[in-house]
Design a protein around this ligand. Sequence first.
Ligand code: PAF
Length: 279
Amino acid sequence: MKIISSIDELRDQLRGQLRTAFVPTMGNLHEGHLSLMRLARKHGDPVVASIFVNRLQFGPNEDFDKYPRTFQADVEKLEKEGVYVLFAPTEKDLYPEPQEFRVRPPDDLGNTLEGEFRPGFFAGVTTVVVKLFSCVGPRVAVFGKKDYQQLMIVRNMSRQFALPTEIIAAETYRAEDGLALSSRNMYLSAEERAEAPALFRTLNEVANEVRSGQLDIFNLEKKAMTKLVERGWKPDYISIRKRVDLQPPSAGDLAQGEPLVVLAAAKLGVTRLIDNLEI
Ligand code: PAF
């Protein structure tokens, strides 16, 4: 595997490649990321991964400095997956001057759910994703459904800008007890780790109620939030949305069987976990 930090060198290395499959990451790789690499391999060749902890998507009180950086271990995992190039720019490589041009998602999609609790987050994501796409020139790029809203925003962005990159969605990779794998799980204490699968269980309960015809979604959301609070969580939201645009469904949407997804974000101790489930 070639490890490249400079944009010019990366472009030289990938010149002429028409079927590159790309997986952008912030490192601290776990099985979930590796499943994205395997899916990428099915959709293109060569597979290119990136590791870059993107300052633009962290709020002032978030964990940018503390974000786990495990470069050597990540390299070994990617080598085993047969990744051809790892693009690992420094901040100076990717942002040699202040990144004043930004890509901003539309308000209805970018300022709801995660966007409401992490202002500026999605503009940070879309800006770096466009820049990484511009460096790598991928034919396809793989994003996990674990970050459901991110996946939808990146997909809409790619479509609206007519980027030549098809966005492939990967299923969420879960531990046996249902907890979605995430780099931030490592902040959980042993006791919190034992409690953490309650988030996915709660999403399943909500989804099952909807499937069995309980359509008072306001009450379902409230009940689920209360349950988590009683178990010691601090939920930001549990929200049933339309899959197509992540907006709240109307009574008509519900009556017509509009495809839905339930999304949640909640803090357990100092760790903020997010998860979702298509209904
Ligand atoms: O999902 C992530 O790890 C990041 O948001 C991404 C897509 C690599 C952009 O920094």
